[in-house]
Design a protein around this ligand. Structure first.
Ligand code: HEC
Length: 171
């Protein structure tokens, strides 16, 4: 079972990521949007440990031995994954994530494919909360590094902010 896999120390997420207000850091470039939820999501992404596996700003490139996809997936194309091809649509979703009412307000958002956008949002949120085993290339080979579960560490607001940050990569 993947859950019993002991991750190397560098791959283990830090605990208690949300204690206290985030401090301003100049280590990462600012986003074009400059929105508070995007900035908070950027900080969470880099402080809780996502960037260790998914790369700085979700750029990817981290090797995952015996994983079907070779490297841990990049997360800088989530807008396309949510079928958001126009910057204005990405902005609409980021604003819904800032209010933390995206699923309820999408039907009135005017987005052409809002049911798919909502389904993708829910599946990404569940994947982040529940984690996922990483498929093995060679079934007899070693267990690849899995996607850890974050439901005890990230609130729904935290996940919204992280997704807002990742979506802002497409603005
Ligand atoms: C220990 C390494 C590790 C850490 C830390 C990690 N992930 Fe992952 N993540 C993975 C792996 C491996 C996968 C691919 C799993 C699979 O193939 O289904 C993945 C998949 C994902 C996916 C789906 C991507 C896709 O294209 O299918 C998302 C979204 C994601 N992670 C978000 C996050 C977020 C947000 C954080 C921080 C809260 C995080 N991950 C922390 C290893 C990690």
């Amino acid at each position: 079972m993947w859950a019993s896999v002991e991750l190397p120390a560098w791959a283990r997420p830090l605990s208690a990521p949300t204690a206290g207000p985030p401090e301003r850091s100049s280590a990462f470039p600012t986003t074009p949007s400059g929105l508070p939820n995007v900035e908070r999501g950027r900080r969470l992404f880099h402080t809780v440990g996502c960037a260790v596996c998914h790369g700085i700003d979700g750029a990817g490139g981290v090797r995952n031995p015996n994983y079907v996809r070779d490297t841990i997936p990049a997360l800088d194309r989530l807008a396309e994954r949510m079928l958001l091809f126009e910057k204005a649509d990405v902005q609409t979703v980021i604003e819904g994530l800032a209010r933390h009412d995206l699923p309820d307000t999408l039907p009135q958002s005017g987005l052409p494919r809002w049911p798919v956008v909502r389904a993708q949002y829910e599946s990404l949120r569940n994947l982040i909360w529940n984690g996922n085993p990483a498929g093995k290339r060679d079934p007899r080979g070693p267990e690849p590094i899995p996607m850890p579960a974050w439901k005890d560490r990230l609130s729904s607001e935290d996940v919204d902010d992280i997704l807002a940050f990742l979506l802002s990569r497409s603005l």
